[in-house]
Design a protein around this ligand. Sequence first.
Ligand SMILES: [Ca+2]
Length: 189
Amino acid sequence: MFFTDFELEQLFNCNGDSLTIYDGSSAASPLAGQYCGSSLPFTFASSTNSVFMRFLTDKNFHRRGFDISYMASLDGCSGTITGPTGSLTSPNYPFTYPNSTTCTMNIDVLSTRQITVTWTAINIQQTPSCDSDYVALYNGQDTNAQLVGKYCGSSLPSVYTTTNRHLTVLFVSDEVITSQGFRLTYTTT
Ligand SMILES: [Ca+2]
């Protein structure tokens, strides 16, 4: 997550107004930082898929507040991401992906109608019909949805926009020959 604006009342130890960030789903999670004043806090990358924030104000001195945006990322083999913008990679990216792997990754965004995918890197073992290793996109919530394309090699596929709020990315590698894999980013509208 990134801070694009920050201004809270500044008191010693942030004892007036404060924003506290926890690396997890509750105030029992590890403390990531406590902020007040007008210095923009550093970009923070959580270690799980939740961040808990507590904004506290006391009885006097108000300021402009804060504005935060965030990007979701998924770089394991399988999972679901729900952030309004984010990125996905093949396992181990930017190092070589493992052999004999099948990963299903879902982008499942709330309150939006479309997901636009932009490829930033692709380098996958190339075979004539991409039958050995490939990454495939499906316009829906699983691999039964409409197949958008099946890709291998190193030519970046075109930008693609879904017709709904789900996108499924399937990555498959066979038992021999690996390569770097892929990375893509997405935005929602
Ligand atoms: Ca292979």
